[in-house]
Design a protein around this ligand. Structure first.
Ligand code: SF4
Ligand code: SF4
Length: 369
């Protein structure tokens, strides 16, 4: 990868202009309803300037101050998941022909070219897992593949982790190291710009980039290093498969179930969770129907319903299923844990259940790296 170049803060709007001229709709972080969310970015003024986020178990709060930065916060409730794996998709439409036969029509609409600005290292790690899930194998997901091919990613290395972040312990952050087209390091007066792909190079070639001094590169590296040191939470091991499955009867599962509301917030905000349900919606005249896919959660009653039986009928079983799959059996399926350390499930859990604490109690001394 070539050495980073420097983009003055005053030229950040040029990045947006170049992306738009290249045909991308830009999506970026902005404040809505008291949180940082991704939405269409019309101008750099839409970015969350002078904002920090404060996160704790069951708590998310943003605070504005006079500082000049646009990315001095950790994350909001969304990652890239809704951009690629839509909350609801129509997969096919079926209709009856005049001869009475059924005609199936696959519904994959053309994907819009999107450039997402402000992507975090944990989001890229989750993206790589979703690429593995939706694209590898004999039957790649058509809707995901079309959206993925039309995506350009501008990452920003994390320098202000929240108290809930633990990406350093999962090995997924705070520095973005893969899957980006461009990556920015934010400094007070501008940005270091790294190129990660040919598409990123084409955009970078149109920017007024300057030589990046050694002082600026050292300052940017020091901020990312500091972000690693600031993370107090951690998972005790990157592979908890044996420790979790050896503790399926630990009393903590029941204690946590008495707090857990089975609301599924944790799975909605988790950037790697990909469960969905499918259903058919028939037209009233019985001549056609559409087949849809919508996000689901292992905390719903229907998720484990098979042949007249709900396998995970109680909250204890559902929470245990979530944790043992996410941190245990994902290793068998994907060669790594399903947790990228973003901390979202901790902040957005209404009763503040903390995955790192649960693991520490349930796995105890069995969890080692
Ligand atoms: S399990 Fe929690 S911390 Fe881990 S990736 Fe999902 S939301 Fe983030
Ligand atoms: S752990 Fe928290 S967010 Fe997840 S289902 Fe239980 S109460 Fe809801």
């Amino acid at each position: 990868m070539p050495d980073p170049r420097y983009l003055p803060r005053t030229a950040l709007s040029t990045l947006l202009t170049v992306l738009m001229q290249a045909g991308y709709r830009c999506i970026g972080p902005q404040i809505r309803d008291g949180a940082i969310v991704y939405d269409t970015l019309h101008t750099v003024q839409d970015l969350p300037h002078g904002v920090h986020d404060h996160q704790a178990p069951g708590s998310y709060r943003i605070e504005t101050s006079e500082h000049a930065r646009s990315f001095a916060w950790a994350n909001g409730p969304q990652a890239l998941k809704p951009v690629l794996f839509a909350p609801q998709d129509t997969l096919w439409h079926v209709e009856r022909t005049v001869q009475g036969a059924l005609r199936f029509v696959e519904m994959v609409s053309a994907a819009e070219a999107l450039a997402v600005i402000g992507v975090r290292a944990c989001d890229l790690a989750a993206l790589r897992l979703h690429d593995q899930h939706f694209l590898a194998g004999a039957h790649p997901d058509a809707a995901y593949r079309a959206r993925r091919a039309a995506l350009l990613l501008v990452a920003v290395h994390c320098t202000h982790p929240a108290d809930t972040c633990f990406c350093a312990s999962t090995g997924d952050g705070p520095r973005a190291t893969h899957s980006f087209d461009l990556a920015l390091s934010e400094l007070d007066d501008g940005f270091l710009v790294e190129v990660g792909s040919d598409a990123g190079q084409r955009i970078a070639a149109c920017l007024p980039l300057e030589h990046a001094s050694g002082d600026r590169q050292r300052a940017a590296d020091a901020e990312i290093e500091q972000a690693t040191c600031l993370q107090a939470r951690r998972l005790p091991s990157r592979n908890l498969h044996a420790a979790l499955f050896a503790n399926l009867d630990h009393p903590r599962w029941q204690e946590t179930a008495e707090r857990c509301l089975s609301c599924g917030n944790c799975t909605s905000v988790c950037p790697t969770c990909f469960c969905y349900r499918e259903q058919d919606e028939a037209a009233l005249d019985g001549q056609s129907s559409v087949h849809t896919r919508a996000w689901d959660s292992c905390f719903t009653l229907g998720h484990s319903y098979i042949h007249g039986l709900t396998v995970h009928a109680g909250t204890r079983e559902r929470y245990r299923q979530w944790l043992t799959h996410k941190l245990g059996s994902w290793h068998e399926q994907y060669g790594r844990s399903g947790c990228v350390g973003c901390g979202r499930c901790i902040s957005w859990c209404p009763v503040g259940i903390d995955i790192t604490q649960e693991v520490a109690v349930i796995c105890g001394d069995m969890a080692h790296d």
